[in-house]
Design a binder for this molecule. Structure first.
Ligand SMILES: [Zn+2]
Length: 69
């Protein structure tokens, strides 16, 4: 399985669109991130990358749960 960087937190994840959930930030990798604007809500993750990145900076996952270190 090829690896790609999580578009939110740069963790290496499997390049398996719609099946790979980042173990760190819980972003579902769609492989279609480039289709959406940074602050546009993703139809699959239901939040924007900008929002998810802001959560990550604050130590929270996509679901606003604390990230385990
Ligand atoms: Zn991630």
């Amino acid at each position: 399985m090829e690896k790609v960087k999580c578009p939110i937190c740069d963790t290496l994840i499997d390049d398996n669109p719609y099946d790979t959930v980042c173990p760190v930030c819980e972003w579902t990798y769609t492989g279609a991130e480039c289709v959406y604007e940074e602050n546009e809500k993703d139809d699959f993750n239901l939040i924007s990358r900008a929002e998810a990145k802001a959560n990550y900076k604050n130590g929270l996952t996509k679901y606003k749960k604390p990230i385990k270190k």
